[in-house]
Ligand binder design. Structure first.
Ligand SMILES: Cc1cc2nc3c(=O)[nH]c(=O)nc-3n(C[C@H](O)[C@H](O)[C@H](O)COP(=O)(O)OP(=O)(O)OC[C@H]3O[C@@H](n4cnc5c(N)ncnc54)[C@H](O)[C@@H]3O)c2cc1C
Length: 398
């Protein structure tokens, strides 16, 4: 996503030189969100999620090389490929994203135990997911929660195993975690909380997941969704500064002159939120574009007030800002009706907001509540708490 958007932006900004896009997935750059939702459920093809149609790359002289980059030779300015070739660069943008964390337990390699990142991963799950089948989902972050919802909608029974008390609790907090838990339980999902899978068993194919607390969860398939780690394997040695991904400044520059990084792999310095690595679509897109402009000499800092969304069943979750620790969570709207906007404040400053079924799109509708919250976050506002909860007060007046 980030790499494709960067190539597109380079051309849009008038760069006429050579662009080579290296990637080991066969498809042109695309957005992954439907892989846990509409595409998984067979409701949508991926054509609408391409950064640009396949023909655009040829028409715009962007060379797509379907290969794996195995090493970056910083001194000689070469990217070495698995096929023995290497490609010289003047400027290099690294957008290698992330790879799924493996669950290091017995039986994790049994057929029927899946992970989800690529189209091929998704197609394999799709093929195994027969209505009426029993499934286990390990991990209830965004991907685990969305897969749980989709499998349930496809007529499977899902047992979801998670270490915490509620889905998404570590990102959204206890109150929102409980709301999300209620949504899954109402849909018939069994949430196995405070527990973890210690092994998978089965004769030639997964038949059950065994948990630390001794639960034996019979299953026809399992999906492990326990997060990603940044893909940095091709950067051997200590020549580039790294810490939870590739360290970049606000202009997407790594510690090595002429090399930039963006998207899931890049741990960036944000003017508002400090150093953060973001694993969401909107960032992948906007960071890729920002990196392209930096490569062309722009000095502008990447200060996007981060946003993301998640669709689970008929529910739409939206989030703006970024916060890890907060001291107040204030709700406007109704928890019972699952229609609310929640505000995260740290030392009275509004840092983030979460919307559930509040409608609107922060990207499109500037008068939308979430977009207004985004502007308040950007200004580091200290809004009055009574005004925040009061549905009769327009957020734009705060
Ligand atoms: C199933 C799923 C659903 C998601 N849903 C949402 C959502 O609803 N909302 C949201 O905000 N975000 C969502 N995301 C997250 C979003 O897709 C990611 O943040 C985004 O894909 C990151 O883009 P990227 O370009 O940084 O990395 P990627 O999309 O991972 O792209 C990196 C590319 O680099 C390639 N690559 C890696 N190493 C090499 C190498 N050495 N040589 C050659 N190629 C290499 C990879 O194969 C890949 O094609 C979802 C992610 C997944 C997996």
């Amino acid at each position: 996503m980030s790499g494709g958007v960067a190539a597109k932006t380079l051309r849009e900004e008038g760069y006429a030189g050579r662009i080579v896009l290296i990637g080991h997935e066969p498809t042109p750059p695309f957005g992954r969100p439907p892989l846990s939702k509409t595409y998984l459920r067979g409701e949508e093809e991926l054509s609408g999620w391409l950064v640009k149609p396949e023909s655009w790359y040829e028409e715009n002289h962007v060379e797509r090389v379907n290969a794996t980059a195995t090493r970056v030779d910083i001194r000689s300015q070469l990217v070495e490929l698995d096929r023995g070739k290497s490609i010289a660069y003047e400027k290099l943008l690294i957008t290698t994203g992330g790879e799924n964390r493996r669950l290091e337990v017995l039986g994790a390699d049994l057929p029927g135990v899946f992970r989800l990142r690529t189209v091929a991963d998704c197609d394999a799950i799709k093929q195994a997911a027969r209505p009426g089948a029993r499934s286990v989902v390990v991990g209830m972050g965004f991907i685990g929660s969305e897969v749980t919802a989709s499998l349930t909608q496809m007529g499977l029974h899902v047992s979801a195993v998670l270490p915490g008390a509620a889905p998404l609790e570590s990102v959204l907090g206890q109150e929102m975690g409980e709301v999300m838990a209620g949504i899954h339980r109402d849909a018939g999902v069994e949430l196995v909380t405070g527990d973890e899978v210690v092994r998978f068993e089965g004769a030639g194919r997964v038949e059950r997941a065994v948990t630390r607390n001794g639960r034996e969860l019979d299953c026809d398939l399992a999906v492990v969704a326990i997060g990603i780690r940044p893909t940095v394997g091709m950067l051997q040695g200590k020549e580039m500064a790294m810490d939870n991904g590739i360290l970049v400044d606000a202009m997407c520059r790594t510690s090595v002159a002429g090399i930039f990084a963006a998207g899931d792999v890049a741990n960036h310095m944000h003017p508002l939120f400090g150093r953060i690595r973001v694993e969401h679509y909107n960032n992948a897109e906007k960071h890729g574009a920002a990196a392209a402009r930096s490569m062309l000499g722009s000095q502008a800092a990447y200060g996007y007030v981060h946003t993301f969304w998640s669709d689970q069943y008929e529910h739409k979750l939206e989030y703006v800002g970024h916060v890890r620790e907060w001291d107040r969570f204030i709700v406007r709207g109704s928890v019972r009706d699952r229609k609310l906007i929640g505000f995260y404040l740290a030392q009275d400053v509004l840092r983030a907001a979460v919307g559930l079924n509040r409608g609107g799109d922060p990207e499109l509708d500037l008068d939308d509540e979430m977009a207004t919250a985004g502007r308040l976050i950007a200004k580091q506002s200290r809004p009055d708490e009574r005004a925040l909860v009061d549905e009769d007060r327009d957020l734009r007046d705060l």
